[in-house]
Design a binder for this molecule. Structure first.
Ligand code: ADP
Ligand code: ZN
Length: 838
């Protein structure tokens, strides 16, 4: 994060051009290309276009939505573009640009740093559903119809598609791809169009979301009921009365109901000038009608006061400064965030807070709403598209000055940012796991740097890199070493499952210790959380006769059995199939279901503890936001005794009555072929242990494992971050891993193994050639840990360098050279600072 780019000179150039109308526009397109494109502006658009607006432009045979990132009065001669070859932009989408200059600059930095497409990054910065897209529509021609008459039974895909078009009329290409397969339908359609049997038309889809509007009625003057006018009818009286009782404004439909009047009575009043009927925009509020909690008036502890004073001082200085707030679970970090945000607002600035995917609990959102009212906007992936759109617009317009959101909220269009908070900064959900790859925390630091803002990274288990940065003085280290009220951290015990096996003579899911602890907890009317990082019923299905496991057709992964659904599911590509009764390989009849998942653990617990009210939380149950929220709210109200689930349970929740946390197993996570496996396991255990004993009751944590000697487990049990760090950082140093090297992972993906392999070889040669000075260590290509995924073979090359500059230099050079040697860069995915190496 050290080398920030220079301010692009685009800004300076523009200032001088302000008065001259631009003739050219530079457009970033959401394509996997690391360049911008220049278009000529039709005269009609020149006056209205602003930087940050979206445009529709021709690109090959397509029409694409792009983002205006620069305007020019004349062509930049350095670019050596031939004027005649420049195409004209087609349409301007936004009169008022969606993107601010700040976000344009930030996305440019991100695209550059992560070697991604600027257009992709810009697109990712906007709320989903706002982007206009084009769609390919296919229609059968007269010639095609004639042909249809000749075909009897449609055998080939091509004939089937033609028949489909004959029967259904206009059909989007998307739908045909779904029905007949993407590659096959595309080939057939290309031929059909060429033979003039079908025609292709591009249709621009309007945005999927729009502001929500409704008809409303406003009282203009009840006095116009003057003697020389006809007196009001009874219905009209009731209408005026209802409006007076409200704020003088009501929705049309509500008014009809309230006044028991008809639409025509309202319209008559409107004609007489008594009321006005108008169209009103209504806000879709994710927290509509929820009950807000009472505001706590806490006195900060001494430590909290110290930390807050440091942050407040930095806010006063109004300069870039980064803090690492290392506070154990339950140490009262949230209270500090809220007060720092309040200070920021008081200074007339805005605040941005990032939270991990799931940690934006309903409890926390309600609390923020209670403190900040409508000043706070919420952005996360569980909102409906409409809600997200409205919240985003409230930020863009300045109606809301605080934003709380997940990863992409780092690009939220708040103005004049004074404070950025990244809560649980170590969380891997800040990393976008698909292109464009970026890390929300790291972009947050750059944004703060650009804006001259204060940034606070908070965690009980800081990412190794962050702690290292604090050591180096890049971040100021502030700490809350104790829980509020000096409540002790819950004591954690490792339960050695090898001993349990020896004693019982068989594998058991629950150790007697855990069973006993559950009984005791509930006898005291307290609550418990049981964690298992594996959803589904059984992890895999094994044939007893031939020893084969049932694997996904598309991936190199065993399928997981989901009992309630009665299906085998691939957790990577979501492929589903019916559970077989015999082995697909040898037809053997004895299938074993191995490795309990959350679904099974829930079943067993229900049987064992039939008096308990148990609920499960994992990705299978949280598809519906309302249900997820409801379960958490019920648990917080004590209407549920025990929650069973995956790591979603580990994050951020504050349930004071939870005194027992049981971890069924984490060994699988430890064994993953990823250098961060130990760090992740340590973080997960420390976080989940932190859910116990947050109230006035002492907590207890039991961790079942077959590997109690592992340092990640030992240090998690004592919740000693420093000891873990000391051991882990030594390992990273000795084996050349981040933070001691800059790392890039290059994945070469293709359905055809040989094709992927050949491309990988070209890339390898070019990497070695561009690494003449031996600045980098180049490993691979080798099959990636997940060697086949979603029907693609995956080869991996790792590049390690002493500095990020050297890394980028070598990579850029090699990629360029590889392209010259016909390496297909569309199958190459470069990830800078990868978080997950699977
Ligand atoms: P963290 O985010 O560090 O895990 P929280 O901010 O959730 O911790 O605080 C843990 C609990 O302590 C919460 O219930 C919170 O209301 C309470 N708390 C925080 N600060 C104080 C304080 N100064 N006095 C009393 N209780 C506090
Ligand atoms: Zn799969």
């Amino acid at each position: 994060m050290s080398n920030l780019p220079q301010t692009p000179d685009r800004n300076r150039r523009l200032k001088t051009e302000d008065r001259i109308l631009p003739e050219f526009v530079e457009v970033a397109l959401p394509l996997p290309l690391r360049q911008t494109f220049t278009y000529r502006l039709p005269v009609g658009l020149r006056e209205n276009i602003k930087i940050g607006a979206r445009l529709i432009v021709p690109f090959g045979k397509r029409q694409l939505t792009g983002y205006a990132v620069a305007l020019h009065a004349e062509l930049n001669p350095e670019l050596e573009i031939e004027e005649e070859t420049i195409k004209e932009a087609l349409e301007l989408i936004d009169a008022e640009p969606l993107l601010t200059e700040e976000i344009i600059r930030l996305t440019q930095w991100s695209a550059d740093y992560y070697a991604a497409s600027w257009g992709d990054m810009l697109k990712a910065s906007l709320p989903a559903g706002i982007n206009r897209t084009t769609e390919q529509i296919y229609t059968i021609t007269t010639r095609g119809r004639d042909e249809l008459l000749k075909i009897g039974e449609a055998k080939s895909i091509k004939a089937q598609i033609l028949k489909f078009l004959g029967e259904h009329g206009e059909t989007p290409g998307r739908e045909l791809a779904k029905r007949f397969g993407a590659a096959q339908s595309q080939r057939a359609l290309r031929e059909l169009v060429k033979e003039n049997r079908a025609s292709l038309l591009l249709r621009t889809l309007t945005t999927q979301v729009k502001p929500k509007r409704r008809k409303a009625v406003r009282l203009l003057s009840p006095e116009s009921h003057t003697p020389n006018q006809k007196p009001f009818t009874e219905a009209q009286e009731r209408i005026v009365e209802s409006l007076l009782q409200g704020d003088g404004e009501t929705s049309f439909t509500d008014l009809i109901e309230l006044a028991e009047a008809s639409a025509s009575s309202i319209n008559t009043l409107a004609k007489r000038g008594v009321v006005e009927v108008f169209v009103q925009e209504v806000r879709r509020d994710p927290l509509d009608k929820v009950v807000l909690p009472e505001l706590l008036n806490l006195t900060l502890t001494g430590k909290q006061t110290d930390v807050l004073a440091e942050i407040t001082a930095a806010l006063g200085a109004a300069k870039y400064k980064a803090f690492l707030l290392h506070g154990v679970t339950g140490s009262g970090k949230t209270e500090i965030y809220i007060r720092a945000m309040q200070t920021t607002l008081d200074k007339g600035k805005s605040a941005l807070m990032l939270v991990p995917e799931i940690a934006l609990t309903p409890v926390f959102s309600r609390r923020l709403r209670a403190v900040f009212g409508d000043e706070v906007a919420i952005l996360h992936s569980n909102l409906s598209t409409g809600e997200r759109f409205d919240e985003w617009r409230r930020l863009r317009s300045g109606a809301a000055r605080i934003v709380i959101g997940t990863r992409s909220a780092v690009f939220a269009p708040v103005r004049n940012v004074g404070l950025i908070i990244v809560d649980e900064e170590h969380d891997s959900s800040y990393r976008q796991h698909e292109s464009p790859f970026y890390h929300g925390r790291d972009v947050a630091i750059v944004r703060a740097n650009y804006a001259g803002a204060v940034v606070v990274l908070g965690s009980a288990t800081p990412a190794l890199e962050s702690f290292h940065n604090a050591h180096n003085g890049k971040y100021q280290y502030v700490t809350l070493p104790n829980r509020v009220g000096n409540r002790p951290l819950a004591s954690a015990e490792l339960v050695d499952m090898r001993q349990i096996f020896k004693t019982a003579g068989k594998d058991s899911i629950f150790s007697p210790q855990l069973v006993e602890a559950i009984e005791e907890t509930h006898a005291r009317k307290e609550q418990s959380i049981i964690l298992l990082n594996r959803r589904g019923f059984s992890q895999f299905v094994l044939c007893r006769s031939c020893g084969e496991t049932i694997r996904c057709n598309n991936c190199d992964i065993t399928l997981t059995f989901h009992k309630r659904e009665g299906k085998l599911v691939c957790h990577y590509c979501n492929h589903r199939e019916r559970t077989p009764h015999k082995c697909p390989s040898c037809e053997g009849k004895f299938l074993y279901f191995i490795g309990e998942g959350t679904e099974q653990v829930e079943d067993i617990l229900r049987r064992k503890f039939s008096a308990l009210r148990i609920a499960r939380i994992d990705r299978d149950t949280t598809g519906r936001r309302k249900m997820f929220e409801e379960t958490l709210m019920q648990f917080s109200r004590g209407e549920i005794d025990m929650l069973v689930g995956t790591q979603m349970l580990a994050k951020g929740h504050d349930f004071p009555n939870v005194t027992l946390v049981g971890v069924i197993s984490v060994d699988a996570g430890l064994a993953l072929p990823d250098f961060r496996a130990a760090e992740r396991t340590f973080q997960l255990l420390t976080q989940v242990a932190g859910r116990a004993g947050r109230g006035n009751l002492a907590g207890r944590v039991l961790i079942q494992t077959f590997y109690p000697e592992h340092y990640a487990l030992r240090h998690a049990a004592t919740q000693n971050y420093d000891n873990f760090y000391a051991e882990e950082i030594r390992f990273r140093k000795n084996l050349n891993y981040p933070p001691f090297v800059a790392l890039a992972s290059i994945l070469i993906k293709h359905p055809n193994y040989n094709y992927a392999h050949d491309n990988a070889q070209i890339l390898r040669e070019c990497l070695h050639a561009s690494n003449a000075e031996k600045n980098c260590i180049i490993l691979g290509p080798a099959p990636a840990p997940l060697a086949r995924l979603k029907n693609e073979h995956r080869l991996q090359i790792l590049v390690k360098a002493r500095s990020r500059a050297k890394l980028r230099e070598t990579l850029d050079f090699a990629l360029h050279a590889a392209q010259e040697k016909f390496c297909d860069l569309r199958s190459v995915y470069v990830e800078i600072d990868p978080v997950n190496l699977l």
